[in-house]
Design a protein around this ligand. Structure first.
Ligand code: FES
Ligand SMILES: [Fe+2]
Length: 405
């Protein structure tokens, strides 16, 4: 009889295993890194418009510490925190209609970093035009504040998304910086303490749904029972990224094709998973790297005008209220992704058939990073305002199966 297991009791032991590493080319986002420069060719949401006021806020994005505020005329500003005079932080500055005034000696900067007043200098600063506080441009769209941290001569058009356009009279866009998780100690937004890519890869991982969300979490109120059916999945490259079609034959004889899409550098759309309502997805989610080991989420939802945000469902315990034991008993995406460590160690992974979408997402990401390294413009970037609207393929699409039609 064939022996199924090795009897060598020394095989596979943890002792003496080689050191492991993350994929620096794909994961690290600081200035000057390959992925950091790729990321800097796109606009990223960094704040919710309605939450940005005249009180300066610390913001960290792509490994850079910055100050964000809105001046008294309503213009958003994003500045390097260290004052161009002698370097104290503008976090303690005061904002008025013209800009932000440093707390130490009162130098004042507008939202584009121009020094407009130096009150301790003769005549308010005869040479103030020689000083510029380093700044980045911002734009507001869908109730979110987007920043561009890249080279000025490669600044693309801010993309729009077709599923969020042409609202009817009873509709609105609901912006949010939400993941349902907790705010980190150094950041007012909700933060996942892990690398952005292991968070983003979740979008090309349809097989975790029946396991993590249905079998392990058992929080069926968030996911329709249909998700217990293991899908047939195909993955495809698209104009802007990668998508999957999860194909399920339903008990009523119908067929559901559920399409989710990930677009570079870090944008995704996943159709409704609670009621599996038919039709196109109604939202976009951005997974914005704070630094190499933290990421936060922004979203924009197309909703009825009276929508006020997701409410507690029945007796549901919210994630933030769960005990440690409950987190173990009902793990969700947070536990699985943060459980991969601060930056997952790709060198010790064993990718399998079900990881085809992950492999495709990484392969194209690497290609795009190399395009930027070689002086080109990456996927999805356009400089033509007439081409700013992007198509989003995501949705729940039903058909009657031939047997029941
Ligand atoms: S350090 Fe800011 S004005 Fe002097
Ligand atoms: Fe998930």
């Amino acid at each position: 009889m064939q022996q199924r297991f090795s009897t060598d009791y020394t095989e596979g032991r943890a002792y003496g295993r080689p050191g492991q590493s993350h994929d620096a080319q794909l994961c690290e986002v600081g200035p000057g890194t390959p992925c950091g420069e790729f990321m800097r060719r796109y606009w990223h949401p960094v704040w919710v418009s309605s939450k940005l006021g005249m009180r300066p806020q610390n913001l960290r994005i792509l490994g850079e510490d910055l100050i964000i505020f809105r001046d008294g005329r309503g213009r958003p500003g994003l500045l390097h925190p260290r004052c161009a005079h002698r370097g104290t932080t503008l976090y303690y500055g005061k904002v008025d209609e013209h800009g932000i005034r440093c707390c130490y000696h009162g130098w004042q900067f507008d939202v584009e970093g121009r020094c407009i007043d130096q009150p301790c200098e003769p005549q308010g600063g005869l040479h103030k035009n020689n000083v510029r506080q380093p700044w980045y441009p911002l734009q507001e769209l869908y109730g979110l504040v987007f920043a561009y941290l890249g080279p000025p001569d490669r600044q693309p058009v801010l993309p729009r998304w077709d599923i969020l356009e042409n609202l009817g009279p009873g509709e609105k866009i609901f912006p949010n910086s939400t993941s349902g998780f907790k705010a980190g100690p150094d950041h007012p937004l909700e933060v996942l303490p892990c690398n952005w890519l292991q968070d983003f890869e979740n979008i090309m991982d349809p097989f975790h749904v029946p396991i993590l969300h249905v079998s392990h979490s058992g929080r069926g109120e968030l996911f329709a029972p249909t998700f217990a059916i293991m899908p047939d999945v195909t993955f495809e490259y698209t104009e802007l990224g990668v998508l999957y079609r999860a194909h399920r034959k339903l008990e009523d004889g119908n067929v559901l094709d559920r399409i989710s899409v990930g677009m570079y550098p870090n944008v995704q759309s996943v159709p409704d998973g609670g009621s599996l309502s038919p039709g196109r997805s109604n939202h976009m989610i951005w997974r914005v790297p704070i630094d190499d080991t933290h990421v936060c989420h922004f979203s924009a939802l197309r909703v009825p005008k009276d929508y006020e945000g997701r409410k507690r469902i029945g007796e549901e315990t919210l994630w933030a209220e769960m005990t440690e034991e409950e987190h173990q008993s009902f793990p969700m995406d947070y536990e699985a992704q943060v459980g991969q460590g601060p930056i997952t160690l790709t060198s010790e992974e064993n990718l399998a058939t079900s990881d085809k979408g992950i492999a495709m997402l990484r392969r194209r990401l690497r290609e795009q990073i190399e395009i930027v390294q070689n002086g080109g413009d990456p996927i999805g970037v356009t400089f033509d305002p007439s081409k700013s609207v992007c198509k989003v393929e995501a949705g729940n699409f039903y058909q009657q199966s031939p047997a029941t039609a």
